[in-house]
Design a protein around this ligand. Structure first.
Ligand code: C5P
Length: 291
């Protein structure tokens, strides 16, 4: 606390997401694609600490070599927007402890930006209501808005930024494998051949199985229309999917624009045993569950 009774620092958990289904419905006049997706929040998380600084600058500190320190970081963009719009002249330190792989289809950067929006709303006492926060989120990126909601699952439409939280209590376990290759969302969407994307309503096929916790059917209903585009960039990733299936995992699917691949498994024990098995070959392997 400062002498004026203001909070001086704030630490926030910033979780990753998986997409259980991702339907691409078409290309929009603004160049983005119209989506229908189910987001799941998982317990793989970064930690963000915001603290006031005397330097008058926004300073990002992160030990991860691939996290930018300047305007290309969504966290920086979020803080700059708020500082400008609310005429905040004091400096800010943003410390990021990175656990979520970067450019991996897990929306780590988007989640960090949402954490900064909600954190600065408190630290700088901006008084923004949820709708205002959501409008900042959608200006920063398509995946940011989901993380403003304290919910495990949500339906995402529009560019992915229109969020309808889902009242679903099911807790899932996953093994998650992230090859050490960065995939850029823009490049993956650019590779997409729209006539090849499926035309079925994957959201409404999957939702009843998710609500009931019917793991077998849920596993069969996972889908991602970006898969052909991801595989056109990295055809070898099909072997990763195959290896997971051969190891007894069901419902093996890419998350977002990849390269992260996850499977739905029936227990923590199964997730841990698959993690141990794939850990020998891949460096970023996690046993995770719904948060
Ligand atoms: O919104 P975000 O910054 O995450 O998007 C990155 C890029 O991914 C966009 O510039 C666009 O090329 C592509 N994209 C898209 N349709 C979406 C989301 C992203 O074409 N719904």
């Amino acid at each position: 606390m400062s002498k004026r009774g203001e909070m001086d620092r704030l630490t926030i958990h910033s979780p990753a997401k998986l997409n259980l289904v991702l339907d691409v419905l078409g290309k929009r006049p603004d160049g983005f694609h119209e989506l229908r997706t189910i987001f799941e929040r998982i317990n793989l998380a970064d930690q963000i600490t915001l603290s006031r600084s005397k330097s008058k600058k926004i300073n990002i500190c992160c030990s991860h070599p691939h996290v930018p320190r300047g305007p290309s970081n969504l966290v920086f963009k979020a803080a700059m927007m708020l500082a400008k719009d609310f005429s905040i002249s004091e400096g800010l330190n943003i410390d990021i402890i990175k656990k979520i792989p970067v450019a991996a289809g897990l929306a780590g950067g988007s989640s960090n930006a949402a954490a900064v929006l909600t954190g600065l709303n408190r630290l700088w006492r901006l008084g923004m209501k949820p709708q205002k926060l959501a409008s900042y989120a959608s200006r920063i990126g398509s995946d940011v808005a989901f993380f403003l909601y304290d919910r495990s699952y949500a339906l995402g439409t529009g560019r992915g930024e229109l969020i309808e939280p889902l009242d679903v209590r099911t807790k899932l376990w996953h093994v998650l494998v992230t090859p050490r290759v960065k995939m850029y969302t823009k490049e993956v969407f650019a590779r997409l051949k729209l006539n090849l994307t499926n035309k079925k309503d994957s959201v409404n096929i999957l939702l009843p199985f998710l609500r009931k916790g019917d793991l077998t059917r849920l596993a069969g209903a996972l889908s991602n229309d970006l898969e052909p585009a991801i595989l056109s960039l990295r055809p070898d990733f099909i072997y990763l999917k195959k290896k997971l299936i051969d190891a007894g995992a069901t419902g093996v699917c890419f998350s977002g624009s990849g390269p992260s691949v996850f499977a739905c498994v029936e227990s923590q024990q199964h997730a841990e045993s698959l993690r141990a098995r794939f850990d020998r070959r891949y460096t970023q392997v996690f046993a995770v569950s719904t948060l």
